[in-house]
Design a protein around this ligand. Sequence first.
Ligand code: UFG
Length: 344
Amino acid sequence: MKILVTGGTGYIGSHTAVELQLQGFEVVIVDNLSNSHADVVDRIEEITNIRPEFHQFDLIDREKTKSFFAGHPDLDGIIHFAAFKAVGESMADPLMYYRNNLDSLINILQGMKDNGLKNLVFSSSCTVYGQPDELPVKETSPIKEAWSPYGNTKQMSEQIIRFAVEAYGLKTIALRYFNPIGSHDSALIGELPLGVPNNLVPFITQTAIGLRQSLNVFGSDYDTPDGTAVRDYIHVVDLAMAHVVAVNRMISASGKSDFEIFNLGTGNGFSVLEVIKSFEKVSGESLNYKIVGRRPGDVEKVWADTSFANQELGWKAQKSLDEMMGSAWKWEQALADKKSSNKH
Ligand code: UFG
């Protein structure tokens, strides 16, 4: 079985490529390397002993995407990760986000239609819910007005896919990720934020390793037990495994409908301060942080109702917060070791 993984050298894509290969799938990666490195392909090979086929091009390029699909008529499924994902950047340049995230999706759907390919797994996000009225949030909860162009591209993508599925007889599973963190146990692949990280966990580990002075905790006056914002953090390997299950479900035609949506989280909410405490416990480091004002655009609290994914997919996230923080720290230390050995 051959699976195209777009964005396969990125954070979630690379972990998914590994799990697919470990379970016997043949993986073809397409990535433009705009936010990742070509040597991730070497790392995937190192972990699995199999080198995935790799193509470097931009999926917003219609002609290149068309000829790629024409040359790969034997794909059994596609997992589409490739997208921009920074909320703040999308506020500053919305058109860049709409063009990148929507054009690439449309080109892929076109390639599927033209070549009779059926199965798509799409990377969606809990951001489609905004601040839900009820927690934990279910897949059937209303989609609220988007808080950012990034979030809007995920909402629009789901709608585009829904109509394409109907019109062209495709099968799609949209996976709404909560907050993916951590890295592969080998510490050979992980999250590689360019510049100053936006997300909490890479900021924590970079502060602890000495790359940043201090972590800003955004807001302590939320309506949560300790006043800091609450999220559902999920280990990236748990998330990757859910993609393998989703691909198998589509290939074996065991889905309940042709367009299914699943929340991927643990079902547990943790506050920013709880995440920091867990990090300090597993690393033995004391983190330099200070409480500052809220970050514009942040929701107060969100965590997943995972019962639909648990029952229907037979999948459940396994890793605890401590394990997630432990693996994120191991990855940061591995990066630091690599940097210092490059210097010598
Ligand atoms: N936070 C800090 N300090 C930081 C960074 C983050 O206190 O330096 C806090 C945030 O305010 C938030 C929590 O840590 O309360 C998590 O923030 P992240 O930036 O790690 O994650 P978000 O929940 O903001 O964003 C994630 C994804 C987005 C997605 C969004 C949906 O990164 O792609 O979830 O809620 F859109």
